[in-house]
Design a protein around this ligand. Structure first.
Ligand code: COA
Length: 329
């Protein structure tokens, strides 16, 4: 019996209006446009400036647009997964808050925290509910308000991250196109290189943790850089091999947008044609769980039914992986 695949039947995205340019960052920290562009490929990132607005506000805009675009009533949605590391609150899950804001009442909802790999972990998780036959309409969101956990006096991190995200609707595939296979990995020993020190049960928030700036992203860029290239190349190769494909068979590679040199390193490591690699890091920087849906949404007009697409990512945890899908519309 053929497996029931989950298909992406719609995609939407959102980035806030405010553009934080390299020139503006030059006023905040000791850096310059030439260094940032040559070392990261980033020219600007979007920042959610509105006071009192959080990930759920960006996600509610995205989900509203997605429901309209796919002619779906909020009542039809059965599951909402929000992938984020910057949820509105420690609890409840932001996915529940999003449901409340858009009027989704018949769903259960939860968050996935897999940092930059969130969207791929969520996509795979959501697709399993469709494959099992228990759910027919699932929304998977990848969104982050990284500006809420970035120290704008730390030049090693503030140049990289931005705010934004996207979401997909998953439904049972009607013609065999959809999410075919994923190779997902984790290695908690990597937490040493990329984490937020305080605010969890290990180091609850206190005057001391605030004074020590422990509620911001801590990153050892070089260690992350090397592991990211190796992890993405390895999992893409594994998922291709498992599905009897070569890189030449793939129409689009969608890599996590962390650094243009990482993206190029992955493409080179795979000997992949760069004209088929989705890249928009220059406009948005690293939006963590948002990068993959932001890319897919931007390229949506160019995608054709049946296109073979490989998404790959690497992030805090460490978490990483690759997903192979065929575009369903
Ligand atoms: N502007 C100017 N100079 C800077 C700078 C900035 N914003 N940030 C660092 N530098 C300096 C460093 O101080 C260092 O100076 P030194 O040689 O005098 O000590 C020099 O530039 C090189 O720093 P280094 O950290 O080795 O740079 P890098 O080439 O590794 O680039 C990152 C730094 C962070 C851009 C890079 O390591 C990276 O992208 N890592 C992966 C990050 C990532 O993807 N994270 C998200 C999770 S997937």
């Amino acid at each position: 019996m053929n497996r029931q695949l989950a298909a992406i039947t719609g995609i939407e995205a959102y980035v806030p209006e405010y553009r934080l340019t390299n020139t503006e960052l030059e006023k905040l920290v000791d850096t310059n446009d030439e260094w940032i562009v040559s070392r990261t490929g980033i020219k600007e990132r979007r920042i959610l400036k509105d006071p009192g607005k959080a990930v759920s506000d960006m996600a509610a805009i995205i989900v509203d647009k997605l429901l309209k675009k796919t002619n779906t009533s909020p009542d039809e949605i059965e599951l909402v997964i929000c992938c984020t590391v910057t949820g509105d609150m420690v609890f409840p899950d932001t996915a529940n808050i999003i449901c409340d804001k858009v009027g989704i009442k018949n769903a259960f909802a939860f968050d996935i925290n897999a940092a930059c790999s969130g969207f791929l972990f969520g996509l795979t998780t959501g697709s399993k509910f469709i494959e099992a036959g228990t759910h027919k309409k699932v929304i998977v969101i990848g969104a982050d308000k990284m500006s809420s956990i970035i120290d704008y006096t730390d030049r090693a991190t503030c140049i990289i991250f931005g705010d934004g995200g996207g979401a997909v609707l998953l439904e049972p595939s009607k013609d065999g196109h959809g999410i075919v296979d994923s190779v997902l990995c984790g290695d908690g020993s990597g937490r040493e290189y990329l984490h937020m020190k305080a605010g969890g049960s290990l180091r609850p928030a206190s005057a001391e943790t605030v004074a020590n700036k422990e509620h911001y992203v801590y990153q050892e860029g070089k260690a992350v850089f090397k592991s990211a290239i190796n992890g993405m190349v390895d999992t893409v190769q594994k998922v291709l091999k498992r599905n009897h494909l070569t890189t030449a068979d793939v129409d689009w590679l969608v890599p996590h947008q962390a650094n243009i040199r990482i993206i190029n390193g992955v493409a080179d490591g795979l000997d992949f044609d760069k004209s088929k690699v989705m890249i928009n890091i220059e406009k948005y920087g690293n939006t963590t769980a948002g990068t993959l849906p932001l890319c897919l949404h931007e390229w949506e007009p160019k995608l054709k039914k049946g296109d073979k697409i490989v998404l790959t990512t690497f992030g805090g945890g460490f978490t990483w992986g690759a997903t192979y899908l065929t575009w369903a519309y």
